[in-house]
Design a protein around this ligand. Structure first.
Ligand code: COA
Length: 281
């Protein structure tokens, strides 16, 4: 895996890859270089066979302190070309590449999470926070609106009262409150965060990858559809999945449940090793 200036990519042996924002001295604020690095890394990781689940987190005390006020905003104000490129990279990796990433993604919010950082937080399929993490839509405090796609994401993820409250007060909230509002799946004490996140990632890494990908794409896609569109889309995706699923999960699990009686689909995943062995024969 490539080395980057502002991020670290760490790969476990079991399909879990970490993308770690690595500007701890700047609370992992997003500089134009960080956007370029993340954009490049996600392009490679999307098809990297060692990556089955991606965890996005930050080094040191912060998850991410939002856009870099100096390098992304002030220093680019008089350089439209650099501003354009940084803006494109910023949107590309945080929304286009991350929300459509073909494997499961988890945001592990280890500390400060401000402003623009909500975009990658919400782009991830799942999120786990430290109880002690600090979240805030701080834009109001320094004379800008939650731009990019932050406001759009926030109203999709939170109820309107909470979205409005935190956007116009700029008040902070902790991981427990983020979990209560559904902004993250759950929060745990900081000293258990890494272990709990890895536990979840490892469970996801065991799932049939084609089915997981089509499921996550479906959950995102149907939100903006009518019932008729959703039914049509899901029927087409179900057919497509049978074509792309290399391990034939549907047939295999029917066999394991109905004929061999070795698993209960309501309670556990079908035995993928058994499926692989059968394929080899
Ligand atoms: N942009 C640029 N630099 C940032 C930054 C940001 N968003 N957030 C932190 N930094 C820098 C600080 O300027 C400081 O740099 P320095 O050491 O060269 O002076 C360094 O990171 C540490 O920040 P500091 O404020 O001293 O750390 P802290 O732990 O006391 O506070 C924060 C952390 C995150 C609460 C505080 O830095 C902050 O409010 N940052 C801005 C958050 C924000 O509003 N982001 C929204 C942007 S869309």
């Amino acid at each position: 895996m490539k080395e980057y200036e502002t991020i670290k990519i760490v790969q476990e042996d079991d399909g879990v890859t970490w993308l770690i924002f690595n500007r701890p001295e700047k609370r992992n604020a997003m500089s134009p270089q960080l956007h370029a690095d993340c954009n490049d890394a996600l392009k490679h990781l999307a098809t990297d066979p060692r990556t089955r689940v991606l965890i996005v987190t930050g080094a040191g005390e912060a998850f991410c302190a939002g856009q870099d006020l100096k390098l992304f905003f002030r220093e680019n104000d008089s350089n439209p070309a650099a501003r354009f490129e940084a803006g494109e990279n910023s949107h590309s990796w945080r929304w286009q590449r991350l929300s459509k990433f073909p494997k499961a993604t988890i945001a592990m919010v280890n500390g400060f999470c401000f402003g623009g950082a909500f975009t990658q937080l919400i782009a991830c399929d799942l999120a786990i926070a430290a109880d002690e993490a600090t979240f805030g839509l701080s834009e109001i405090n320094w004379g800008i609106i939650p731009g990019g796609v932050v406001s759009w994401n926030v109203v999709n993820a939170l109820n309107t009262r909470d979205a409005m409250f935190y956007a116009i007060t700029g008040d902070t909230f902790d991981g427990k409150q983020a979990a209560k509002m559904g902004l993250v799946n759950y929060s745990v004490p900081k000293d258990q965060l890494r272990e709990e996140t890895l536990k979840l990632a490892r469970r996801l890494a065991q799932k049939n990858p084609a089915t997981l990908r089509y499921t996550k794409d479906g959950i995102r896609a149907v939100r903006g559809m009518t019932e008729a569109q959703a039914q049509d889309y899901l029927a087409a995706k179900s057919d497509a999945l049978r074509f792309v699923d290399q391990e034939g999960g549907r047939e295999e699990s029917l066999k394991q449940f109905l004929d061999e009686k070795v698993f209960r689909p309501g309670l556990e995943n079908y035995d993928r090793k058994r499926a692989a062995e059968r394929k080899k024969k």
